[in-house]
Design a protein around this ligand. Structure first.
Ligand code: SF4
Length: 370
């Protein structure tokens, strides 16, 4: 249930971005002289990229002043941007309480993909992830998640290209499931960004209880990517402690139980770590584990990161692994990194995945999509 923000809060102004835009009329009813004013505000925010009420020139001056006192539509700021030679941009986004998260802009010829964070830090402690080493500071609000997309969109070099959203930044989205679900709803709101579910992908390490609840989103459920990375519980529990709570069989059972839509496929992300999960038996087991699922596999050769003990497998091992997965009847592609000259400090699995450029095809949307 989405709650109306506490509009009596004095210290920090409540953010309208915490609500889907189609609920702004209700939220602002006491301060505006007509409901259509709320739609005008939404138009400034979502179509024109204006986040200062004072600059919303078709609102009466007194309404602008009143709104400025009572609420906010200000997204996170961009504190710093690193740009790769391939056009990928990594941004340090500043939040109202002084915390920061990373978000990434990945431009392509026909679209742009925005990778958003869902938490400051993360408590899941995946062994190959620098964010996991940080631990969890806090979860983001709905407005902070949607706000990253809004802020990045205002900086786009090609603002008319379709936008895809991937929740693969810092944090585990399903560890912040309620705010993330509301953000997914808000991103699809017709008065707001009006994105299709096909343009939104949520990547998870496998919080099984929340995967099951994703079905409650119905047609709003986003695409799903699963960070798998091992084919036995022994190895997966070693590199991903979440597996001790929800082992592989339970994770795959939850995925099988989701109501898959026609032609929809779930992506399995598999970071190849030399000597850890890159054997021929692993490749063969992957095919067995995923048999019958509408699945595709992204093989992501590890990029070495400071402070992490893993190595990238040889090119031959990577290719043999891919061929073995294909022989098992699965779609498998090797994804090499984008933005390596700027992204190394990021270090998390989700970051490795997004740098791999997987969204080029795996997060592709049919041309019939909205
Ligand atoms: S890979 Fe994702 S879930 Fe695992 S520690 Fe890093 S941010 Fe958290």
């Amino acid at each position: 249930m989405i709650k109306t923000p506490d509009m009596s809060a004095k210290e920090s102004l409540p953010s309208l971005l915490d609500l889907p835009a189609s609920r702004w009329r209700e939220a602002m009813a006491q301060w505006i002289d007509a409901p259509y004013r709320a739609d005008q505000v939404a138009d400034w925010v979502f179509r024109k990229g204006v986040y200062d009420f004072a600059a919303m020139l078709n609102l009466p001056v007194e309404v602008r002043a009143d709104l400025t006192q009572r609420c906010s539509v200000e997204p996170p700021s961009i504190n710093r941007t690193f740009e790769s030679s391939d056009g990928t941009q990594r941004h340090l986004m500043g939040l109202a309480d002084g915390a920061s998260v990373e978000a990434v802009t990945m431009p392509y010829e026909d679209r742009v993909t925005l990778c958003l964070s869902s938490q400051v830090g993360c408590r899941f402690a995946c062994r190959f992830c620098q964010t996991g080493i940080m631990g969890l500071t806090r979860s983001l609000t709905t407005g902070e998640i949607i706000g990253q997309a809004l802020r990045l969109r205002t900086e786009l070099k090609a603002p008319d290209l379709p936008v895809n959203i991937v929740l693969m930044g810092q944090g585990e989205p399903l560890d912040n499931a309620e705010a993330v679900a509301q953000a997914i709803t808000g991103l699809q709101d017709p008065v707001g960004p009006a994105l299709s579910w096909r343009r939104i992908t949520l990547s998870t390490v496998g919080v099984v209880s929340e995967i099951r609840r994703l079905a409650e989103l119905g047609e709003r459920r986003p695409r799903l990517a699963i960070s798998l990375n091992a084919t036995t519980d022994t190895v997966r529990s070693e590199i991903m402690p979440v597996n001790r709570k929800w082992p592989i069989a339970e994770l795959l059972s939850a995925i099988r139980s989701l109501p898959w839509r026609a032609r929809e496929r779930v992506t399995f992300e598999y970071v190849l770590l030399a000597g850890v999960n890159d054997r021929r038996e692993d490749a063969a087991r992957l095919g067995e584990l995923l048999r019958g699922l509408p699945a595709k596999v992204n093989l992501i050769p590890w990029n070495e990161l400071p402070g992490l003990p893993y190595q990238r497998p040889s090119a031959r091992t990577i290719e043999e692994f891919r061929l073995q997965v294909l022989r098992g009847g699965l779609d498998a592609l090797v994804r090499y990194s984008r933005g390596t000259d700027i992204g190394a400090a990021c270090g998390q699995l989700h970051a490795a995945v997004r740098r791999s450029g997987q969204e080029r095809s795996d997060l592709e949307v049919p041309t019939s999509g909205a």
